[in-house]
Structure formats: structure tokens, C-alpha cells
Design a protein around this ligand. Structure first.
Ligand code: ADP
Ligand code: MG
Length: 401
């Protein structure tokens, strides 16, 4: 039976550490739901998982599994009394046990009769495609096969809650995708509640019914993938869920604007004239407020030169053939590269192109917070001195950064 997981204002302070590893984290995972925790290294993902598992004590707050309180500042239920299973990044199989014995381990610990346990383990190995591997030892398997054994070992006792800590991060890309699909299929068939950690946005979106973004021990946002993508709560969440690039500018006023459709002024260092960009404000913008415009990967599209309405003008710096078409890196202005600009047509390196920018996928945040997320590879942030070229912002549609 899948269980509801309730995390209520959980804090975790490690002895001697300056900052809390978890700072008042609250969330609910409904029975049978897959929650993916996404966040950079050191943001507290593993700590939260270990608190759920009972490997770590919480300093404050409470954790409930179903209607049972399993942890608070005083109470601590041991891991083996929580009916859960964990899958780790490093597989953590018993090296001295065969694959079949590893898979049967949880059942044997629960005092299942050996023949019955081995039969169930064998059936589970068949489910993960390792039916004929039962007699081997872990060192005789590839990484992907070892992780399948770990998965079988976790699933075999039908736990209420399954916890995954970056289970695919030591596997190569091809295998990662295949195993990700297998994990999703198997856990959904079992109907277990799942908390799954990753720092890979693609993995999070592919697996999660809900996604929680952690930053420095705090849960910044928690909701369905579509909500995080469409309305990220902060620039940090937007960065972590995928961007092509960032523009800096101001909201020209005269009055406040947003949330919703707005026009922002992007100054330029290259030319006298900046541009006005239609975009979507995530909050209220005060007149004259510095803003950052975060462009989702599909926000910019290459269009025919000279087309209307307003476009960015850019130069193709690199292109990668992707089968269905090409992913381009387009330089727009001196300091800004847009990555992952998709088009079916082939453009040469150095070619000038015009870009249409989709206002709905251009997210505006006021008062930019410093971004300590690792920026997506090849992404460049334009740092234009705000106000410098604002007087030159024209109102016409023919604009160039
Ligand atoms: P993540 O899994 O997101 O990379 P962790 O939960 O492992 O993050 O770590 C969160 C923070 O807690 C980090 O600053 C880390 O250094 C600290 N931390 C983790 N485990 C311990 C520990 N056993 N003792 C002291 N500090 C720890
Ligand atoms: Mg971790």
C-alpha cells in the first residue's frame, strides 16, 4: 500500500555546521505520487531523503508516513520500522552475495522462508530483465545491470515508500534514459509513493508528478512540472528548469506593470539604440526597476530577415545537427549567446539571422537576485549597464541589439 508522506517544517542542523542543511522544509507527497527533488549539489537533497529514511535524525519539525508520526525533535523510528526501500547512486550491493541473494535480501530480513524469498526475488529479477543473472556476483555485472539489481532489491518487498538518491548519475547517457523509463514503469505498476533525487532537469521533468526545487536547504517551489516551467517562483528556479539566455533591462514605466504581459526596455552597449521587448512579468514591476528577462530555450525562433514584428538580430556562432533539424548558438549583441535555438533549416556559421522572441516564454523578474545556480553550459549572461542607452530606446519595430 502506498503511503502519504508529510514533511512539516523539517529542520536539520549538522553538528558544527554553520548553516542548516534543511531549513523549515514542508511538503506532502500523495499516495502513489512521484516527487522529484531537484537542486544543485549541497542544497540538502540527500539530507532530506536520509531524514525520510530514518538514517538521519531531524533537528526540528515532523515527518509522517501514512498516519504514523515517524520523526520529530524527540521521536525517531528506525529505518527498518518505516517500510521503505532506498536506491543509491553507487548501487550498494552486497559484494559477497549473488545477484539472487542480493535481490532476496529484504525478504530474508523480514524472515520470509528462503525458498519463497528466492522465488519472489527470481520473479523480480525477470521483471528487470536479469532473469538469467541470478547466479552471478555484482562485480560480474555492468553498472546498468548492477543498478537493475538494486532496483529489484528495492521493489521485491513491496515497500510503501521508495527513495531514490541520484540512481542514474553514474551511468552513461543512453543507459540513463532507458533505465529512467524502466524505473517509472515499475514503480507506477507497484503504486508505491516515490521520492526521487536528481540534479538533472530532464530527468526531473520526465519522472515527476511534482517537482520540488531546493536551494541552500530551503524548498523554493513545489508543484507540477508545468507550473514550475510556466511560473517559476524565482530566477533560480527558472535557471534550474532550463534557459537559453538572460537579458538585463528596465521596466520603463510610467506606472507599475505585471504580473502578466509587459514591455521592457533592453539597453544596448553595441549601438545607440536598445530595444523594447514584449515579455511576461512574473510579479509587479515598479517604474524604472531593473529587471532580468529569462528566455526559455524555445523562446527565440529564427525568422526571415526583415519580417515584422520586432526581432533580435544575431549571428550564428555554432550549429549542431540533431536529426530533426539543428540546434544553433546565436550571438545577439556583444555579450549574449542564445543556446539551443532550433530550426529545421541549415544556416552557416557567421550567417546573420533575425530572431522572433515569444513573449510568453520570456520571463521577467524584478530586482534580480544574484544567481548562484551553475549556468547551463555555453550560456552567457548579458550585463548591460542599465540606463546607459535607455534614452535611445525607440518605439518602432525595427530593432537591433
Ligand atoms: P545534496 O544531496 O543536495 O548535494 P546534502 O544533503 O548532501 O546535499 O548536503 C547539504 C549540506 O549539508 C551541505 O552543506 C553538506 O556539506 C552538509 N552535510 C551533509 N552531510 C553532512 C554531515 N554528515 N555532517 C555535516 N554536514 C553535512
Ligand atoms: Mg546528494
Amino acid at each position: 500500500m502506498a503511503e502519504r508522506v508529510q514533511v512539516e517544517r523539517v529542520c536539520k542542523r549538522y553538528r558544527g555546521a554553520a548553516a542548516a542543511a534543511l531549513d523549515e522544509v514542508s511538503l506532502v507527497v500523495e499516495p502513489g505520487e512521484i516527487l522529484v527533488l531537484l537542486g544543485p549539489s549541497g542544497s540538502g537533497k540527500t539530507t532530506l531523503l536520509r531524514c525520510l529514511a530514518g538514517i538521519e535524525r531531524v533537528s526540528d519539525g515532523a515527518i509522517r508516513l501514512g498516519d504514523r508520526l515517524v520523526a520529530d525533535a524527540r521521536l525517531h523510528l528506525a529505518p527498518d520500522r518505516r517500510n521503505l526501500a532506498m536506491v543509491f547512486q553507487d548501487f550498494a550491493l552486497w559484494p559477497h552475495m549473488t545477484v539472487l541473494e542480493n535481490a532476496a535480501f529484504a525478504l530474508r530480513r523480514r524472515h520470509n522462508e528462503r525458498p519463497a524469498a528466492l522465488a519472489k526475488a527470481q520473479a523480480m529479477l525477470e521483471r528487470v530483465g536479469l532473469g538469467s543473472y541470478g547466479g552471478r556476483y555484482p562485480h560480474e555485472l555492468s553498472g546498468g545491470e548492477q543498478q537493475r539489481v538494486a532496483l529489484a532489491r528495492a521493489l521485491v518487498a513491496q515497500p510503501d515508500l521508495l527513495l531514490f538518491d541520484e540512481p542514474l548519475s553514474s551511468l552513461d547517457a543512453n543507459l540513463r534514459e532507458r533505465l529512467r523509463i524502466e524505473i517509472a514503469t515499475l514503480v507506477r505498476e507497484q503504486g508505491a509513493t516515490v521520492v526521487y533525487i536528481t540534479h538533472d532537469q530532464g530527468e526531473a521533468f520526465a519522472l515527476g508528478d511534482k517537482i520540488g526545487v531546493l536551494q541552500a536547504g530551503r524548498l523554493i517551489q513545489h508543484g507540477p512540472p508545468e507550473a514550475l516551467y510556466g511560473s517559476p517562483a524565482t530566477p533560480f528556479v527558472a535557471h534550474f528548469t532550463g534557459l537559453a539566455g538572460t537579458l538585463r533591462g528596465v521596466h520603463p514605466g510610467p506606472g507599475p506593470a505585471g504580473p502578466g504581459p509587459v514591455t521592457v526596455a533592453i539597453p544596448s552597449t553595441d549601438h545607440r539604440r536598445g530595444l523594447e521587448l514584449a515579455a511576461t512579468a512574473m510579479s509587479v514591476l515598479e517604474p524604472g526597476a531593473p529587471v532580468q528577462v529569462l528566455l526559455r530555450p524555445t523562446a527565440a525562433r529564427i525568422c526571415r530577415t526583415g519580417s515584422r514584428p520586432a526581432v533580435l538580430r544575431g549571428i550564428v556562432r555554432a550549429g549542431a545537427f540533431q536529426g530533426r533539424g539543428y540546434d544553433y548558438v546565436v550571438e545577439v549583441g556583444r555579450d549574449l549567446l542564445l543556446t539551443g535555438v532550433f530550426d529545421r533549416r541549415r544556416f552557416a556559421r557567421g550567417e546573420s539571422v533575425d530572431l522572433f522572441v515569444d513573449a510568453k516564454q520570456s520571463l521577467v523578474f524584478a530586482d534580480p537576485e544574484p544567481i548562484d545556480a551553475p549556468l547551463v553550459a555555453a550560456e552567457a549572461v548579458i550585463r548591460v549597464a542599465c540606463g546607459e542607452a535607455l534614452s535611445g530606446v525607440p518605439s518602432g519595430p525595427d530593432l537591433t541589439v
